[in-house]
Design a protein around this ligand. Structure first.
Ligand SMILES: *Cc1c(COP(=O)(O)O)cnc(C)c1O
Length: 379
């Protein structure tokens, strides 16, 4: 019996050729391919500006800097997220304040965020967890009323929609990940998107040491212009090798989403009659790309989440525990940003697991995953 992975990126000959072309061109650092990828991504996501970065983590870091968040400010974040969401405010001397999440979507809501606001709150980072679109409009109202920046951590969200448009467009600034655990991958890589031109311009400079002339521009001129550095910047650049892969992957994104949604439907209908299993489902206001197809193991299920993971492992199925809770990690133990109770976060992080789902998942393999859960559930 062969092992079934939880995720496999969909990469092929087109990506190899695109990388080979970049190598043959002699320019492998950030340059024309990166610019082309930024333009194509902005167009696909229906947003004015896209700035490529080395990861979503660095994109979140830059997003907070250009939104004017800094030392001593509070940023409301879900604890129920990959730890990078909480780390971004920490990098700039701001305090992540943990908000709880909605029990159905796993995302923060206007109510959970409101409970975590302080007089020092300057921004919130709302996450489309596992690709599940967050309910943006109520958060938008809350932020507008209080003059707070709305940052969307759309790391997992490429291809998810909110009220008929791509997720990310309604936030002040959004951050995306191209890590292989997400849909569209460049190995490592990220993107910032915003309709705020001044923020995009500053982010573009800051990711390249805040140099006023880009390396690509300097290289293109025989007598390189004298550069200057207006502030302390970072090296958060993407390479053209990555961007070339990104351009090919972006063309495949819609097909990836369509296939993932089909596979998610199959899981949902096959597990519908198993008592004690709740499957991830689209909210009524949007569609998920099912970056993570999770199930919650409810008390009616004959065994607990850990036992079910063991059963799946015995059947050579590589499932994963659900989303982590940052406030429980040593890095944030006793952190002053944990001010409100987080009961839903703790329940979801303890009782959910993520099932194998990827573009190339074979029907027979998916059937094996389903069979393993159905047997465990006595169905
Ligand atoms: C994966 C992920 C990140 C980090 O993305 P990188 O590109 O690996 O830095 C941040 N936030 C969330 C919600 C994620 O899932």
């Amino acid at each position: 019996m062969s092992r079934i992975s939880v995720m496999k990126p969909w990469l092929g000959a087109a990506e190899s050729e695109a990388v080979a072309e970049v190598i043959a061109s002699g320019w492998v650092a950030q340059g024309p391919r990166t610019e082309a990828f930024e333009q194509a991504f902005a167009e696909h996501q229906q947003v004015g500006h896209a700035v490529a970065t080395s990861s979503c983590t660095t994109a979140l870091h830059l997003a907070l800097v250009v939104a004017g968040v800094g030392e001593g400010d509070d940023v409301v974040v879900p604890s129920y997220s990959f730890i990078a969401t909480a780390n971004a405010p920490t990098y700039i001397g701001a305090r992540p304040v943990f908000a709880d999440v909605d029990a159905v979507t796993g995302n923060v809501t206007a109510d959970t965020v409101e409970a975590a606001l302080t007089p020092a709150t300057r921004a919130i980072i709302a996450v489309d967890q596992g690709g599940m679109p967050l309910d943006l409009q109520p958060l938008r109202r809350l932020c507008d009323e209080r003059g707070i920046a709305l940052v969307e951590d759309a790391a997992c969200g490429a291809g998810s929609t909110y009220r008929g448009a791509p997720v990310g467009v309604g936030a002040d600034i959004s951050a995306w990940s191209f890590h292989p655990r997400k849909l569209l991958t460049t190995g490592e890589g990220g993107m910032l998107t915003t309709n705020n031109e001044a923020w995009a311009t500053r982010a573009r400079r800051l990711r390249e040491h805040a140099m006023d002339v880009s390396a690509a521009e300097r290289h293109g001129s025989l007598l390189a212009p004298q550069e200057s550095y207006s502030e302390v910047g970072y090296n958060f650049r993407m390479t053209d090798l990555q961007a070339a892969i990104g351009l090919v992957q972006l063309d495949k994104l819609d097909a990836m989403v369509a296939r993932r949604r089909e596979l998610a439907d199959i899981y949902r209908s096959a597990l519908a009659d198993v008592p004690g299993v709740r499957c991830a489902t689209d909210p009524d206001y949007g569609t998920s790309n099912f970056q993570s197809f999770w199930i919650e193991v409810l008390p009616e299920f004959p065994m607990g989440r850990e036992q079910l993971l063991e059963k799946l492992a015995t059947d050579e199925v590589s499932a994963r525990r659900g989303i982590m809770a940052a406030h429980r990690q040593p890095a944030y133990a006793g952190h002053p940003g944990q001010m409100v109770p987080l009961p839903v976060t703790e329940r979801l992080t303890d009782h959910t697991l993520i099932l194998p789902l990827y573009h190339g998942l074979e029907a027979t393999d998916q059937a094996r995953v389903i069979e393993s859960i159905r047997t465990a559930g006595g169905a």
